[in-house]
Design a protein around this ligand. Structure first.
Ligand code: GRF
Length: 214
């Protein structure tokens, strides 16, 4: 099976997938393309170190073609996303699964529709439980909610990607307890450790579904 991994930053979850393919935890599976929306993403270095082809898909040229109004930005993003889908669907080999691993760009229907029509699955890692803390800075928001006594635990999920942010059907989830007096840094470290396990588990589950033709 072939994976395309989308990243924006450190790439620690990408690294977990690279290691899982090498160790056989993801059998008959390889990462054939890593794409980042940020040129400086360290995950690109991780991919190069693993001899995985990389692409930097830059949003700036799309923004420069449109006025910096809400409508112009929406058009720029729609074109960017359509071209991202083409880049992926025209790559050889074409991926079976696209894994969003620390990918910080909301994917529009101009991406999701052609990808779905091509039968390619898209899954995403989100460091929160289904229905909680959707969007950016989820770990910090859970941390603050804990301080206010609003939650006692948070978690991590791998879910199918739909147009609504972090709202697709959950594939794998893991609760993470919140601890009195713990620093945000320490919580983030504990959560990232769970991410690195769950990203492999969620990808494995998705591959199993593909094998069954689901
Ligand atoms: C993860 O919590 C991810 O959801 C967020 O950044 C953290 C680490 O991502 N976007 P990475 O895989 O180390 O880039």
């Amino acid at each position: 099976f072939n994976l395309t991994v989308l990243i924006s930053g450190n790439g620690s979850n990408l690294q977990a997938l690279i290691d899982a393919c090498a160790s056989g935890a993801l059998p008959n599976t390889k990462i054939t393309h890593v794409i980042s929306n940020r040129k400086s993403a360290y995950g690109l270095t991780r991919a190069r170190n693993a001899a995985i082809p990389t692409s930097y898909h830059n949003l700036i040229p799309y923004k420069n073609k449109h006025p910096s109004t809400p409508e112009g930005t929406q058009l720029a993003r729609a074109e960017y996303d359509a071209d991202l889908a083409s880049l992926i669907l025209n790559s050889n080999p074409r991926p079976d699964i696209i894994v969003c691993a620390g990918w910080m760009h909301i994917l529009a229907p101009t991406f999701l529709n052609p990808i779905a029509e091509a039968g390619v699955k898209v899954i995403n890692l989100h460091p929160a439980l289904p229905g909680e803390f959707a969007g950016a800075n989820a770990i910090q928001r859970a941390y603050e909610a804990f301080q206010k006594g609003e939650v006692k635990r948070t978690g991590v999920m791998i879910h199918e990607v739909i147009a609504e942010v972090d709202a697709g059907a959950a594939i794998a989830t893991q609760e993470v307890e919140l601890k009195e007096g713990e620093s945000l840094d320490d919580l983030e470290t504990r959560i990232h450790a769970v991410e690195h396990v769950l990203i492999v588990e969620g990808t494995y589950e998705t591959l199993e579904k593909l094998k069954k033709g689901e």
